[in-house]
Design a protein around this ligand. Structure first.
Ligand SMILES: *[C@@H]1O[C@H](CO)[C@@H](O)[C@H](O)[C@H]1NC(C)=O
Ligand SMILES: *[C@@H]1O[C@H](CO)[C@@H](O)[C@H](O)[C@H]1NC(C)=O
Ligand SMILES: *[C@@H]1O[C@H](CO)[C@@H](O)[C@H](O)[C@H]1NC(C)=O
Ligand SMILES: *[C@@H]1O[C@H](CO)[C@@H](O)[C@H](O)[C@H]1NC(C)=O
Ligand SMILES: *[C@@H]1O[C@H](CO)[C@@H](O)[C@H](O)[C@H]1NC(C)=O
Ligand SMILES: *[C@@H]1O[C@H](CO)[C@@H](O)[C@H](O)[C@H]1NC(C)=O
Ligand SMILES: *[C@@H]1O[C@H](CO)[C@@H](O)[C@H](O)[C@H]1NC(C)=O
Length: 773
């Protein structure tokens, strides 16, 4: 069976749609401040809100005024509020007992590299991994994508030393790509692979929008490459929003470009071409490979070349090359994660501690905050309507998806509508309908756990949750001539906004091997600003904001390059372990991480693996769960692949042991038991990569309904003992079927905490004869 060609696609959510105005507007004078009060003092949200009003009233003079100035009361995850304040009021508030801090909500600077600051990699701080690793100098990141726009300033070679000596690849000239001019000390290699696509599909390409070379006609490859390893570019201005510096994760790492995805049907890549690119990249001497590419469910098995990525990455990892792949954008449904081979680092997408609040002031002078991304002038008081008048189907009245508007009714007005399910197409079609009918703005009320999808271009469109939407609706119904004023949004950064796993990010469990936890880790993937091709219709001035696991993947690839620079001898499994065991389960700000898609659901390992990537933690993990080639072979035998299939994959004659090994014993930095019945004992081993003399003790958070024990409970390392084995025994307390419950096992030596997620489902009554495993 050898039909190594299926077609895969790039994983950027809005990449191919025109007219997505996604920008952050920075306004000159902000009055909204965030007053952060820390942990909640009690559980009654109503009481909390009352205390917020009281606190504000003591500063502004009256309860009435306090109510007017209050824009948000935060009372679920933590306590605090947002209110319109003058500087001196803010100052007075910050001096009150119990107030942790008061933060103005606008920053007058374009936060171009906000995702790196969010991850603790501000370039000003000398002690972080960025500096310890010389910003990834000497490391080569191979990017399999849509090519590159070499003229982008993000690929300048300023300050870079010679091409690393282990590089054996080439820079090929082609259509509008001259190797002499377009490769430099940043872009050290550039090749393209199209034969597989052409062989299978003939020539589906419209050559007027493609180049038969590494030149990027799409923008996606330029975006991912500059996110992973873009050089510093100062004074970047995006949509006229002030100036900032932009850079990639490893600004001194080098890029080897493998163009495998072509600008047809929004970005298609043939697995045959992907395999060939892996083959060449391994030979060329890349250290890290970044693939923002996915296939579709059902997944192919790891020994089936139709996937291309699983097979190609096996060879790369066997040679010490770390492979980082996107988890895909099919969330929030369960079992949608892709690129699930255990040797891959599979990346989910999170939001950042940033959003774009905009104020909505009603004719009653009441102000609410909504989220928006539009530029343009303030809309002064305009009429506000909710389309529910006679003649409309009452079920369709006010529903964003079904907005059919009457020009006389809407011209010059702002429309309020409610979504039933928040789909991007609903919001774009609603804003298009309002614009078409001559309306001047749209307020969309949506489920707060649904994703934020920006509206069309610069059409003023603001999203609020159902609660605020309902209050606006009551106002409309309470007055003869409802009015509203909309201000363009401000960039809003830092505490107390907590990060979330993005709505679209694909979720576990793994549909092909449920005992292998996927995704492995999450990284920022929402509204990521990076370089693009001038042919990208959404770009402006060479930059664009995109969202997708396509964008989170090169964040991890960039950090892997830094880790490689610091620890050249770490295996791909050791690097993955360092990332997973140190990831943030609570955001960098200490606030819990939620998962978009279900109301108020805390993220679990099926949403984000170990958590959100913590680069400085990963640089010094203490212990690693390492895996060598033998471990992967054991896994392939455990999967039940036959000797000939395994031999073909690993390229050498292989014989599995008679007694099938257990997948659960693979030395991964996670334990996932899809079907626990009888008590089970699982093996792991850890290698000390910290101080030679160290003693680690275990802490266990058992998943609900299980008992977890360890043997031994303490691990003593010295200069000769660097690697130690232990076993974990897990048993179910109740004889019943459950869903998955989650816990963790942590080893700590006082400096490091090495945590792995535990995910267990108990299954006593089998609905049908099921095989074990
Ligand atoms: C590539 O650029 C070099 C340097 O400008 C030039 O000498 C060469 O002719 C160019 N090659 C092609 C194929 O245009
Ligand atoms: C190719 O693309 C150009 C420019 O986008 C367009 O005008 C033309 O119709 C396309 N041709 C085909 C065959 O799709
Ligand atoms: C930054 O760019 C703006 C316009 O893009 C230009 O006017 C200004 O001089 C630049 N500043 C520096 C320091 O280069
Ligand atoms: C709203 O505020 C403005 C100025 O602050 C004031 O002139 C107006 O009367 C107020 N309207 C209401 C309904 O309170
Ligand atoms: C549009 O709305 C106006 C005012 O509400 C109404 O008089 C008119 O009949 C409507 N037209 C249609 C086509 O529904
Ligand atoms: C081994 O497995 C492959 C696919 O997994 C199958 O095509 C092949 O026939 C099997 N060979 C033997 C000898 O069973
Ligand atoms: C390390 O520990 C082992 C086992 O406890 C012991 O046998 C060995 O002598 C120790 N080595 C050193 C250098 O202390």
């Amino acid at each position: 069976m050898s039909s190594p060609s299926s077609v895969l696609a790039i994983l950027c959510l809005l990449c191919f749609l025109n007219g997505q105005g996604m920008i952050a507007k920075v306004a000159a004078n902000s009055q909204v401040h965030i007053v952060y009060l820390g942990e909640r003092q009690h559980d009654n949200p109503k009481l909390l809100t009352d205390t917020h009003h009281d606190l504000l009233a003591t500063i502004v003079g009256s309860k009435e005024l306090a109510s007017e100035l209050m824009v948000y009361s935060y009372r679920h995850g933590f306590s605090g509020f947002a209110a319109k304040l003058t500087e001196s009021q803010a100052q007075k508030l910050s001096e009150l007992p119990g107030v942790v801090r008061v933060i103005p909500n606008s920053l007058h600077k374009l936060q171009t590299t906000r995702s790196w600051d969010f991850l603790g990699l501000s370039s000003q701080s000398p002690s972080n991994i960025l500096h310890k690793s010389s910003m990834g100098d000497g490391v080569i990141i191979g990017v399999l994508d849509t090519g590159i726009w070499p003229e982008s300033e993000s690929f300048n070679e300023k300050g870079l030393g010679p091409v690393p000596s282990h590089w054996k690849g080439v820079c090929e000239s082609g259509d509008r790509f001259n190797a002499t001019i377009h490769c430099n000390r940043k872009i050290i290699g550039a090749r393209w692979f199209i034969d597989g696509l052409v062989a299978e599909y003939g020539k589906p390409l419209n050559w007027s929008t493609e180049f038969l070379s590494s030149r990027d006609a799409h923008g996606h490859g330029t975006h991912t490459s500059s996110t992973a390893a873009g050089s510093f570019v100062t004074n970047v201005s995006y949509k006229g929003l002030g100036h900032g510096t932009i850079k990639g994760g490893a600004p001194n790492a080098r890029l080897a470009i493998y163009k495998v995805c072509w600008n047809v049907l929004g970005g298609q890549c043939s697995s045959a071409d992907i395999l060939k690119a892996f083959d060449e990249a391994i030979h060329d001497g890349v250290d890290v490979l970044s693939l923002s590419i996915g296939s579709s469910i059902p997944l192919f098995s790891e020994v089936d070349e139709r996937d291309g990525i699983a097979t190609g990455s096996f060879h790369a990892v066997a040679r010490g090359i770390t492979v980082v792949c996107a988890a895909a954008n099919d969330g929030p449904s369960a079992e949608t994660v892709q690129n699930t081979a255990p040797w891959i680092i599979t990346v989910a997408a999170s939001t950042m501690d940033r959003s774009f609040p905009t104020s909505i002031t009603l004719g009653s002078n009441k102000t609410f905050l909504g989220l928006a991304m539009f530029t343009g002038p303030e809309i002064g008081f305009a009429s506000l309507i909710y389309p529910e008048s006679e003649g409309l189907d009452p079920n369709a009245a006010g529903v964003c998806q079904f907005l059919s508007l009457n020009k006389t009714m809407v011209a010059g007005k702002v429309v309020l509508c409610f979504t039933t399910v928040s789909l991007r197409t609903d919001i774009t079609s609603a804003s298009a309908a309002v614009k078409e009918a001559g309306g001047v703005g749209l307020i969309v009320a949506k489920n707060p756990s649904d994703a934020l999808y920006p509206c069309n271009e610069d059409f003023p469109c603001i999203e609020v949750d159902y609660e605020i939407g309902t209050r606006i609706l009551f106002y409309i119904r309470s007055t003869r001539s409802p009015l509203v004023k909309l201000r363009p949004p401000k960039t809003f950064i830092g505490k107390p906004l907590s990060a979330k796993v993005a709505y679209f990010s694909s979720r576990g469990p793994n549909s092909i091997t449920p005992a292998i936890l996927k995704p492995d880790i999450a990284a920022p993937g929402v509204n990521i600003l990076a370089a693009t091709s001038p042919l990208d219709a959404l770009g402006e001035g060479g930059y664009v904001m995109h969202s997708g696991t396509s964008m989170s993947t090169p964040h991890v690839a960039g950090i892997v390059a830094l880790l490689k620079a610091m620890h050249p001898n770490w295996s791909p499994a050791a690097i993955k372990s360092a990332l997973v065991t140190t990831a943030w389960r609570n955001g960098p700000s200490g606030l819990p991480i939620f998962a978009e898609g279900s109301p108020q659901k805390l993220a679990n390992p099926f949403d984000f693996g170990g958590g959100i990537m913590n680069p400085n933690g990963a640089a010094d993990p203490g212990l690693v769960y390492d895996i060598g080639k033998a471990g992967y072979m054991q896994y392939l035998c455990a999967r039940g692949y036959n000797n000939s299939a395994i031999s073909r994959l690993v390229g050498q004659n292989t014989k599995c042991p008679i007694k099938k090994p257990s997948i659960l014993d693979m030395n991964l930095p996670s334990i996932t038991i899809p079907s626990l019945k009888n008590p089970i004992t699982i093996k792991r081993s850890v290698t000390n990569v910290g101080a030679p003399e160290s003693i680690y003790r275990a802490t266990i958070e058992p998943p609900f309904g299980t008992i977890v024990s360890l043997n031994p409970n303490a691990l003593v390392f010295n200069s000769t003992v660097r690697k130690l084995d232990f076993t974990i025994t897990i048993s179910a307390i109740h004889r019943m079927n459950t869903g998955y419950y989650f816990g963790s096992l942590s080893w700590a030596d006082g400096v490091h905490v090495v945590r792995i997620p535990l995910s267990v489902r108990t299954e006593f009554l089998q609905p049908y004869d099921a095989n074990d495993d």
